[in-house]
Design a protein around this ligand. Sequence first.
Ligand SMILES: C[S@@+](CC[C@H](N)C(=O)[O-])C[C@H]1O[C@@H](n2cnc3c(N)ncnc32)[C@H](O)[C@@H]1O
Length: 273
Amino acid sequence: MFLPDTQSFSADITAEFARLYPAAWARQAIPADELALLAQAAMGNGNQFRRFLKRRLHGDPVAYILGHVTFAGRRFTMDRRAYVTDPETVHLVGAVRQWASPRQGPLYAAEVGVGAGALAITLLLEVPDLRITGLELDDAAAALCRENAAHHGVALDVVESDLFAAWGDRPAPDLIYGDLPWGDDTTLYGQDRDADHYHRMPPTTAFPLSGRTGAHQDLIMAVRDRGWAAHILLNCGTLPDGDIADVVAAARDMQARLLSPAATARILHLFPL
Ligand SMILES: C[S@@+](CC[C@H](N)C(=O)[O-])C[C@H]1O[C@@H](n2cnc3c(N)ncnc32)[C@H](O)[C@@H]1O
């Protein structure tokens, strides 16, 4: 069997690219772990690897080039229809799991902004007696989410909806969680994903329409309008205390607890008094 020597094959072509496109390379050299993933996906095909490198130098996110993202040890199909799930949101999954563990099932949760479904599908596979409705503003992302749910064999209820507008006559959820758009070009996770990375995503995904916590505050108002007494877990990522205080102020009739499982994973837990 022919096994390509991925390392020397990729090193030669990478050196060729650094020589051919010095300005682009200086702007954003492709890190070794990404090169390894792209080379592996090219499977020894030099033309394909060159295409991958050129797309990456143009700023195309790695997950769109590979056609998948790995989240919590599982592979999910990923393409331009959806936001590329941030690895840090594994802490939101952990927070939901912790919330669920002492409670008796069955439990019913709503994920607002379900995107390609990596969080909800992970939870359905890992938390017994949990049902989830995933709400998504963008029809194309909802379609990809359904494909991922079918691939992983989970019964995820996916609804095209602006917040809870299309909730219909489903019962009130016990928990509402999500990684809704938050922040702006200055509140990034780290240097591996600059603001441009987020501007490559579908327009509804990364940043709120109003302020750095506008989507969180809209969600809280929508929950209040429905009179639901649900717990709420919201990813606030790297947002500073002042922004989180704005969300807490919007949730005026709820208790608030800030979870910080990592410096880049600030998760706000709101619950009824
Ligand atoms: C940061 S992305 C997270 C996606 C997914 N949870 C993930 O982690 O891969 C935010 C998602 O919320 C969706 N969204 C934004 N505003 C929304 C709204 N008002 N109602 C429902 N979904 C919304 C976006 O389309 C996007 O898919």
